[in-house]
Design a protein around this ligand. Sequence first.
Ligand code: ADP
Length: 456
Amino acid sequence: MSSIRKISILLIISISLILFFLGSSVYIYLSNYSYADFYKRLEARVSVAEKYHFETNQKDAQVLKNIREEHLELLSNEKEYILYCPNANSMKQLADTNSLPINFLELVYTQQFANYQKNDIFYHGKIRETPKGFYFIIVSAKNYYNTHHLILLKKVLFAGGLIAILVIIYFIFLFSKNFFEPINKIITKVNSISTDNIHLRLDEIKNTVEINRLTSTFNNLLNRIEIAIETNKNFISNASHEFGTPLTAIIGEADVALLKDRTPAEYKETLQKILKQSERLNKISQSLLFLAQIGYKDNKLNYTILRTDEIILQANEIMNQLVPKNNIKIDFELLPENPTKLKILGNKELLILAITNILTNACKYSSNKLVVVSLASTNNEIVMIFKDQGIGIPESEIPFIFEPFYRASNTAAYDGYGIGLPLTQNIIKIHKGELIISSVLHKGVTIQVKLPVATL
Ligand code: ADP
């Protein structure tokens, strides 16, 4: 049995039990109350009857009788008995002639007064001693409340409980259907996602916060997996090419040096060339490792609220150290007045790294021409724009520019490994942002980085 069914059945059983106990308590309380209340009514009638029967003054007796008739409503099947009993032995005969339960008379006789119930007839009686002997004063009546009202109450409680349970069953099944249907959809969609179509994402489902959190968590996971898969996809071919070039250079240098005996100066020169290529190899392998890690790591652990203008300024300071001749101009004219619109949730070091990568390329491929950085924000998005006046990227090559090791055909004169831009894009992706690149060849490149404003 599915867990949905189990939970639904458990809920229905619990609610039914609660309703049953509530109904029973109401019924027991009211039925006890009806007994006590009815005996009190009989008792009141017995004491009034005693008063007007044994009142010596005839006039007063008549007044009492009138008051009783006027104010004490007649109960159903109400009967009044004033029975003279000369002695205890005549009780049996008295009971028979008046069709009264002998047990009841005995009880009244021993206790002076008593309540009694036989079927739905209720009795209250008391003893009145007189010099001639004693009298039983008894009033009996049918407990209409008990026979009619309580049966009605029982029916109402039963029917009400049954209807309530049916309504609850209906709502529980409706709720579980509405709640679990999206989960089933998610399961089907997740099953259809494989490495071939890893770009697919789960749709957001309206009005269900928890399920939306689940889908966005899963989508984030897919983002990271996609980054990792993309990084791995071209890794072998690109890496072998990138590693191959310096390795060939190293082997070539060593081969040439070993052809004949060399002077110390020549060995030194060869070693320097080998060292340079080895450093290049080291740099490539390190950046590659970092690129791969970005896709796997859950960097959210180091997320803090950051101001984007401060991040740009810090990246600019780093640029001043790395490329002292840079010509970067920061334009904060479009800056919003409200500083909360500049805040994002993110990892400071990674974001600074991403921005310095963009700025390094802008300076490098424009030979330190003017680079303008501007910052703007809408209600839920912050946009950073980096505009340079460099060599640009051939339009047909833009789709490949984010592939690791890819370098555009016009970059032969510039140093580089083709890892900075994919790394930057991955950093922006894990911040739920977007990196858009546009370019006009020989005119320059414009990169837009969009990041979601932090919800405080
Ligand atoms: P590289 O180390 O080659 O600069 P990147 O990964 O940073 O590697 O960039 C990938 C490629 O994107 C570069 O080789 C270059 O062709 C292109 N590119 C990136 N930024 C610019 C830019 N500002 N101007 C021209 N080309 C750029």
